[in-house]
Design a binder for this molecule. Sequence first.
Ligand SMILES: NC(=O)c1ccc[n+]([C@@H]2O[C@H](COP(=O)([O-])OP(=O)(O)OC[C@H]3O[C@@H](n4cnc5c(N)ncnc54)[C@H](OP(=O)(O)O)[C@@H]3O)[C@@H](O)[C@H]2O)c1
Length: 254
Amino acid sequence: MADLFSLKNRVVLLTGASRGLGRDMALTLAGAGATVLCAGRTVKELEATARAIARKGGKAHVVPLDITDEDAVRAQVRAIIRKHRRIDVLVNNAGVIHRQDIVDTETADFRKVIETDLIGQFVLSREVGRHMLAREYGRIVNISSVMAILGRASVAGYVAAKHGLVGLTKNLAAEYGPHVTANAIAPGYIRTELNIPLQRNKDFNAMLEQRTAAQRWGKPEDLRGALLLLASDAGAYITGHTLVVDGGLTTILA
Ligand SMILES: NC(=O)c1ccc[n+]([C@@H]2O[C@H](COP(=O)([O-])OP(=O)(O)OC[C@H]3O[C@@H](n4cnc5c(N)ncnc54)[C@H](OP(=O)(O)O)[C@@H]3O)[C@@H](O)[C@H]2O)c1
């Protein structure tokens, strides 16, 4: 049964592989046998991820990329296909957040979140998708959030983008079948640099522990099962779906 979740001989393009959830995803995908193309802007951190994979006997390459630079995305996708012959799996994980109430938020700050958390995913899914459709194989996994289900004060751009990403995922599924699947993962709160202000907030911690059935913050490794399911042949008949991995946060009205 382990073969069902294997990524042996698969080439995976993973954005945001430099730190946080993406770093753990890179190690997970490589551990399942994939060659992981680690994309992001901070080359030093990407190199550290690639080294960690190599230390465990896995395969990884660094792909310097700002996903909001459309020309760079086009050029990198072309270069990857020239070098590696294919992209089997695209994991759109890179993302940013901007914390400010709507009345104080500049349009440019709202726009930056939409550019990074929604439009970048559209451009990558289009460029990689053309290639996957021609090859008649592909898995796209978009990292959304529980902020695609709930609203929350002070993160309007993030909430809008993550809701949009769930919609985009459904449309990718509608247009890319039958051989290419597109799904999303909606993680709950997992300790990374993205949410340091919340980790330091006593009230927030108490609320999270009370509202989640799991009674704790998530850990990056809590996403591994969902990622491998949607990235491998195990997920062949799952498409357009958003898999919530939140310890019960959005199912419980506490
Ligand atoms: N942590 C959570 O609780 C949580 C919950 C739900 C959803 N998520 C989502 O999970 C994903 C990863 O979050 P995280 O918590 O791991 O955040 P993180 O630690 O801040 O990491 C964000 C990653 O995105 C990359 N990135 C940001 N802007 C980019 C750009 N323009 N081009 C390329 N890469 C870019 C960063 O690399 P560079 O800065 O080096 O480019 C970094 O690798 C995000 O989409 C986030 O919204 C996180």
